[in-house]
Design a protein around this ligand. Structure first.
Ligand SMILES: NC(=O)C1=CN([C@@H]2O[C@H](COP(=O)(O)OP(=O)(O)OC[C@H]3O[C@@H](n4cnc5c(N)ncnc54)[C@H](OP(=O)(O)O)[C@@H]3O)[C@@H](O)[C@H]2O)[C@@H](O)CC1
Ligand SMILES: Nc1ncnc2c1ncn2[C@@H]1O[C@H](COP(=O)(O)OP(=O)(O)O)[C@@H](O)[C@H]1O
Ligand SMILES: [K+]
Length: 528
């Protein structure tokens, strides 16, 4: 089991391509599924102890994994039951199903167990969970040798009566009200009436609520793979065992909060991607010959809200900058902070390694003039807050002609204002914004995505929700400016700043304020 840090993130198409490459190199879907089953079973045995296990299986290869795991766990002496949503559809899942000698309960009738393993859907999920998989309803013993007499799988026809009217084929759930019960149709399938109040997600939640430990195979069933959407009202799992590689939805919200602890299992399918989980950075301490300028000089342009620029200054110093210069009229701040009035001469100082503008800048004519002066320098830039609003239009276009690196640090509102609102996923949006602007984008929020113009992406794991307090963005901007001033490449600088910020928040615990966070950067930096 591998932790997430530094790992590649593969989309559904990416994981299919990786699987195809493994197959071209001699593997088969069956052999990969067998290896996946072994790895999952080993992980479950460590997590579940001797407790009884219920595995819920879907019609695709995610369900196939479930059948393999069930067989291995039963062979290991554990009490395992399977409940299936539909007959397996793929060859590999059918073969896995054939290897299971025990009974199979219909999903709708499944009784809970202390351990719930969700093998309903993985990377093949195409719509919200209350759309029921097609199934021919044939429950003859020949087709379903493990099926208990009199029971049947959830059938399309029977289940069709209880599909939420508001669930569309592309997975979007509308708020069109509760499920309307319908009379059962006649014929063989109508002998089981399925309660309209138990669509798949509701049943899954009930099974999860009754379990002591919940484990999702690959992804929680009901989340998309690529963009962090949650398509149905699914439970939150304790653990998600990601196969071959992490997927974007393991980190992007709101899907990520349904995953619990994510662990990656090596199933012999090599994975590589320019989209990666943020790694712990390597930031060596100053060398024996270091001096304040060699560690990096950060200049911060102050504006109408001086506290924000002070927070950024404090953060830049504690993240390791050798010299921090505050350009403005505010005399406050730590004694180590150097103050100068703002002027075009002061901002042009050649020893400045990075210029940060935006925190507390304001949006008036004076702010615009300071921004234009900053853009006219040749310094590497970190642009945050108000300056991002002022960048809209011609200034943004002109930026593409600058040689020195630029990092933007927008939150959602600033991002929308600068690049336009969109329903696309956060990775896609950050990438497009980076390509359009030529800047490195740090798209902040409960899930922070960093994108480079060349398409490289780093996604931060969940950070403390206590960061949702005023001024923490100013602290982040200061930390990133320190990293850029120290000579890191823009992507590495942004990634190191985000990592330090998250680590400082972790060290602060609960109910901290942005001032505490800036202070805690020293300890976060020292721990590297
Ligand atoms: N990559 C690897 O290296 C390996 C991957 N492996 C595993 O394979 C998994 C991917 O398998 P997969 O492609 O068969 O898709 P999966 O998620 O099982 O679902 C597809 C089925 O569900 C159906 N369906 C979809 N949405 C639905 C909905 N809302 N409600 C109802 N039905 C829905 C869909 O129907 P269709 O859309 O075709 O009508 C189709 O029948 C992956 O997550 C991992 O666990 C390992 O086995 C080994 C190596
Ligand atoms: N719920 C959350 N979970 C994790 N991090 C968060 C959360 N909310 C905000 N943050 C982080 O806190 C910082 C807030 O920045 P920003 O919105 O610019 O605030 P401000 O402008 O007040 O400084 C960002 O780094 C963001 O990623
Ligand atoms: K699953």
């Amino acid at each position: 089991m591998m932790p997430l840090a530094g790992q590649p993130l593969l989309t559904a198409a990416g994981i299919r391509a990786a699987e195809d490459a493994a197959i071209a190199a001699g593997a088969t879907v069956g052999s990969v599924m067998a290896r996946a089953g072994q790895e999952i079973a080993a992980a479950v045995r460590r997590l579940a102890g001797a407790n009884a296990i219920l595995i819920v299986c879907g019609p695709g290869n995610n369900g196939g994994d479930g059948y393999v795991v069930a067989r291995l766990l039963r062979e290991a002496g554990l009490d395992v039951r399977i409940a299936a949503l539909a007959e397996p559809k793929t060859d590999a899942a059918k073969a896995a199903r054939a290897g299971w000698a025990g009974p199979i309960e219909p999903f709708v009738d499944a009784k809970p167990a202390p351990i719930l393993i969700d093998a309903l859907f993985g990377t093949g999920l195409t719509r919200g969970l209350d759309a029921i998989p097609a199934e021919n309803g044939d429950t003859s013993p020949a087709r379903h040798p493990g099926l208990e007499p009199g029971s049947r799988f959830l059938t399309e026809e029977a289940a069709g009566h209880r599909v939420k009217p508001g669930v569309t084929n592309n997975g979007a759930e509308s708020s069109s009200g509760p499920v309307a019960p319908s009379p059962a149709k006649g014929g063989a399938q109508s002998d089981r009436t399925i309660d309209s109040a138990t669509p798949i997600a509701t049943k899954l939640r009930a099974l999860a609520d009754a379990a002591q430990l919940t484990i999702a195979i690959d992804l929680p069933s009901g989340v998309t793979t690529d963009d962090g959407r949650v398509l149905s009202a699914i439970p939150s799992y304790d653990v998600t065992l990601a196969l071959a590689a992490a997927k974007p939805s393991h980190l992007l919200q709101p899907a990520a909060r349904h995953c619990g602890a994510v662990r990656i299992l090596d199933i012999g399918v090599p994975a590589a991607s320019s989209v990666q989980v943020l790694a712990r950075p390597t930031l060596p301490p100053p060398g024996p010959d270091a001096h304040k300028y060699s560690r990096g000089m950060v200049a911060i342009v102050a504006g109408s809200m001086p506290g924000a620029a002070r927070l950024a200054s404090s953060a830049a110093m504690r993240a390791g900058a050798g010299y921090v210069l505050l350009l403005g009229d505010d005399p406050a701040g730590p004694d180590a902070l150097v103050h100068k009035p703002f002027s075009t001469e002061a901002i042009a100082e050649t020893r400045i390694n990075t210029l940060l503008i935006g925190p507390g800048l304001g949006r008036d004519a004076a702010a615009e003039a300071r921004l234009d002066a900053a853009l006219a320098t040749a310094h590497p830039l970190v642009i945050d807050g108000d300056a991002l609003h002022l960048l809209r239009g011609a200034r943004l276009t002109q930026l593409a002609h600058r040689d020195a690196p630029i990092i933007f640090t927008p939150h959602g509102g600033e991002f929308d204002a600068l690049f336009g609102a969109s329903a696309a996923g956060k990775i896609e949006r950050a990438r497009a914004a980076a390509a359009q602007s030529g800047a490195t984008i740090v798209f902040k929020g409960a899930d922070t995505v960093i994108a480079e113009p060349d398409g490289a992406v780093r996604v931060a794991p969940a950070a403390s929700p206590w960061l949702s307090t005023a001024g923490t963005g100013d602290v982040l901007a200061g930390a990133i400016a320190a990293m850029l001033a120290a000579g890191l490449a823009p992507l590495e600088a942004a990634a190191a700043g985000v990592w330090l910020h998250g680590e400082a928040a972790r060290r602060c615990g609960a109910a901290f304020i942005a001032d505490d966070l800036a202070q805690a950067l020293s300890a976060a930096r020292a721990a590297l």
